[in-house]
Ligand binder design. Structure first.
Ligand code: FE2
Ligand code: FE2
Length: 132
């Protein structure tokens, strides 16, 4: 397994923690597909699944931040857009055969995800905790 959700990744919100767990499991599926040497079409499907779920999660998280009047929402949204555009870029490069899916890509996705939860998502969690 590539990544494991552990309680130190918690954002103190049950729904959003569940989404992070699902998000991580989708990335793990992708990694596993890559390791198993699955055909390109299958890997493309896994990238699309990742993109769809990432969009879904970001949208829910942005709604949550709006609901708690989180002041840093704009810069947080920019980070989300950046990540989405990177995955879209990988996807279109894979489609046009300009990129072969590799561990390097997977590592980028993995590191971004973990750093984002720990460095950025946990900031709204801290803000919400202080507000209570
Ligand atoms: Fe986020
Ligand atoms: Fe998140």
């Amino acid at each position: 397994m590539l990544i494991k959700w552990t309680p130190d990744l918690s954002v103190k919100n049950e729904q959003l923690d569940k989404e992070h767990q699902k998000w991580i499991s989708i990335l793990n599926d992708f990694y596993q597909g890559l390791m198993d040497g699955k055909p390109k079409e299958k890997l493309e499907e896994l990238v699309v699944a990742m993109l769809d779920y990432t969009r879904y999660h970001f949208s829910n998280e942005e709604q949550f931040m709006t609901s708690i009047n989180y002041p840093d929402i704009e810069s947080h949204k920019e980070k989300h857009s950046y990540y989405i555009s990177r995955i879209e870029e990988f996807y279109s490069k894979i489609k046009s055969e300009k990129l072969i899916l590799s561990l390097e890509v997977t590592n980028f996705l993995k590191n971004w995800l973990i750093n984002h939860i720990k460095g950025t998502d946990q900031q709204y969690a801290a803000f919400y905790e202080n507000k209570k």
